[in-house]
Design a protein around this ligand. Structure first.
Ligand code: CO
Length: 305
């Protein structure tokens, strides 16, 4: 059947919905990032899917890419915007979704969340075959600016392909006309508006907690490193991974993980995704859904209840 891939997308979406529900229940001041992260990731596996990237738990001015490291001691603070971005896949078909928690229900910060939500809803409404990607960016920016905030312009949505989290085409968060690809039946995208009171750009932070395999390099590699490299390739050939997973799956002994990953980055065996920080250190809210157009042109929002 031609629409089997749609069923796979729906299954992946259900796993993400379950994990988001659990995150909402667990996130309270004083609770541990590490424990919440591990439990939400386990929920994806329990739903019969695999993880498509390590859970992102990014606080305030960190827009994305903070994932609890091994032995993370970070606790949920008393207030602030916490963005949970989580992804699953079933047979390579990916669901990617995010939402923002206003920890102490601060009305001023709630405005950021409403801006990102309204932007996402407007983009979903417009998400039909024949529409150009920058037309989605146009409605996203309009909704965010209407609330006195700015979209983050160097982040945006991305096409999802099988085992490929960031396939080429990009959904800008404003009317950036170079992104003129046209939506068509069979397309899958993650759409993710970010709203901020800052300048609206992110830059790389100092640390990285998420990595991805790039390619094997055999030159000047010890047998020990070759073995680690082969195991990383075998387990995480296509999608990003966390050092927590390297520990839990006994891929590298715990006391060697940090320096081995650094060595592999130097050799360009793996690449890192540094945390992304709003340039003016202003708070950021994010909302994200996975949108799939079936072969008859109907839109399915796989990650929405
Ligand atoms: Co995402």
């Amino acid at each position: 059947m031609t629409d089997d891939f749609i069923q796979a997308y729906i299954k992946a979406g259900k796993a993400v919905i379950a994990a988001k529900k659990l995150a909402k229940k667990l996130i309270k001041p004083g609770e541990s990032f590490l424990e919440i992260g591990n439990r939400c990731e386990a929920e994806i596996i329990k739903s019969g899917c695999n993880l498509s990237f390590p859970i992102n738990m990014s606080l305030n001015e960190i827009a994305a890419h903070y994932s609890p490291p091994i032995d993370d001691q970070t606790k949920i603070p008393e207030k602030g915007l916490l963005k949970i971005d989580i992804g699953s896949h079933y047979d390579g078909y990916i669901a990617d979704s995010a939402f923002t928690i206003n920890i102490n229900e601060d009305p001023k910060l709630q405005n950021y969340i409403e801006a990102a939500k309204e932007a996402l809803e407007a983009a979903i409404e417009k998400f039909n075959p024949g529409v150009k990607l920058y037309e989605l960016g146009e409605v996203i920016a309009e909704k965010i600016i209407n609330r006195g905030l700015r979209p983050i312009t160097n982040l945006g949505g991305h096409e999802l392909k099988r085992y490929n989290l960031h396939a080429g085409p990009f959904i800008p968060n404003y009317k950036e006309k170079m992104h003129d690809q046209i939506l068509k039946p069979g397309d899958a995208y993650a759409c993710e508006p970010f709203a901020t009171s800052g300048i609206g750009k992110v830059e790389n932070g100092k640390n990285a907690y998420i990595f991805r395999f790039v390619k094997k390099v055999k030159k000047n590699m010890s047998y020990e490193h070759l073995a680690y490299m082969n195991k990383i390739e075998k387990n995480y050939k296509h999608l990003p991974f966390s050092p927590r997973w390297i520990e839990n799956n006994n891929i590298i002994p715990k006391n060697k993980i940090q320096r081995t990953l650094e060595f592999f980055i130097g050799k360009k065996v793996i690449d890192k995704y540094p945390i992304l920080v709003e340039k003016t250190n202003e708070p950021v809210a994010q909302e994200e859904h996975t949108l799939v157009i079936d072969m008859t042109g109907n839109l399915i929002v796989t990650t929405r209840e």
